[in-house]
Design a protein around this ligand. Structure first.
Ligand code: ADP
Ligand code: F6P
Length: 324
């Protein structure tokens, strides 16, 4: 028989993402509406191990749906990757009466949730990362805000690149994933898009493209480079030397992780957070909420972590066709 849950915990873990606050709010208010007690765990698994646990009521999540970041804070916690850390975490949950836990984060955070589930704490993951790199879901909370922030910034760099007739290499986030680069590349009309999943480091091809575009009268050359490839500054120096076109590197960095979440992020975060709390109330554990094929669904964490995902080939082909 499914375990009845009376007290639910919620934490955010890994890189923060706009919309995490909306997800926390949805978890708290859904659980409260079902008569559950809710506890917030500060600073991800680090705060769990340090017992930074606070009581949450409806008012604790007032006025946060529109805010970037996460009111609970977040952290990367190496101690929790060890079996000792995980056992300590499960013990602390039990000590505070936390029978079910919603973990908002990425794949790494879900691995932690999986370990806690195996130690008897019911857990549900909610996908929160700007990288869109969680295989089981078509959407991750934070992506829409991040790409819109990056797109606005790239538009601005494009203006000055055109005025000065420069090449600009603009580096966007995405540790191992090129989704932000692909979307911005298409949305900003970039001349080249370098994705970790596709780039073969053929710099000569890039250089030839820049020289040919200049001959055709293009006033700028915008290259979107994904963080997973990196080295934008040294690439800029080599490109300038080889093409004679002044070249600048701009690394957008953490500005992409902040800011007020877009409507899309607030919406997905609210539904996914509520769905996670509903699952816990039904006695589910070791599952992750996802948006797949137009519907909100859930998968076993083990199954979700075994899935793989790649850049959609057609979108990548289109990006190349449109950048001539
Ligand atoms: P994300 O959740 O965004 O993928 P990380 O990969 O940094 O971010 O993971 C966030 C945290 O999840 C880590 O700092 C660690 O505390 C926990 N974690 C990651 N991998 C594991 C693992 N294999 N077992 C237990 N906990 C893990
Ligand atoms: O996972 C989200 C992300 O922003 C990645 O795109 C990036 O590589 C990483 O986090 C940066 O992490 P940190 O904030 O620890 O430098």
């Amino acid at each position: 028989m499914a375990k009845e849950i009376n007290t639910i915990g919620v934490l955010t873990s890994g890189g923060d993402a706009p919309g995490m606050n909306a997800a926390i709010r949805a978890v708290v208010r859904t659980a409260l509406s079902k008569g559950k007690t809710v506890k917030g765990i500060m600073r991800g698994y680090q705060g769990l191990l340090e017992e930074e646990i606070v009581d949450m009521d409806a008012h604790s999540v007032s006025d946060i749906i529109q805010r970037g970041g996460t009111i609970l804070g977040t952290a990367r916690c190496m101690d929790f990757v060890t079996p000792e850390g995980q056992m300590k975490g499960a013990e602390i949950c039990r000590k505070h009466g936390i029978e079910g836990l919603v973990v908002i984060g990425g794949d790494g955070s879900f691995r932690g949730a999986q370990k806690l589930a195996h130690l008897g704490i019911n857990t549900i993951g909610v996908p929160g990362t700007i990288d869109l790199d969680i295989a089981c879901t078509d959407y991750t909370i934070g992506f829409d805000t991040a790409v819109n922030t990056a797109m606005d910034a790239i538009d601005k760099v494009r203006d000055t690149s055109t005025s000065h007739e420069r090449c600009s290499i603009i580096e966007v986030m995405g540790r191992h994933a090129g989704y932000i680069a692909l979307w911005c590349g298409i949305a900003n009309g970039a001349e080249d898009i370098l994705l970790p999943e596709r780039y073969n480091h053929d710099e000569q091809k890039l250089i030839n493209h820049i020289i040919n575009s200049r001959k055709k009268g293009k006033k700028h050359h915008i290259i979107i480079n994904a963080e997973g490839i990196g080295h934008s500054a040294s690439m800029a120096k080599r490109i300038e030397a080889a093409t004679g076109m002044e070249t600048r590197a701009t690394i957008l960095g953490h500005m992409q992780r902040g800011g007020s979440p877009t409507c899309k992020d607030r919406m997905y975060a609210s539904i996914m957070g509520a769905y996670a709390a509903d699952l816990l109330c039904q006695g589910a554990s070791n599952r992750v909420v996802a948006y797949k094929g137009g519907d909100y669904v859930d998968f076993e964490i083990d199954e979700a972590l075994a899935m793989t995902k790649d850049i959609p080939e057609y979108q990548y082909e289109v990006s190349k066709r449109l950048s001539r």
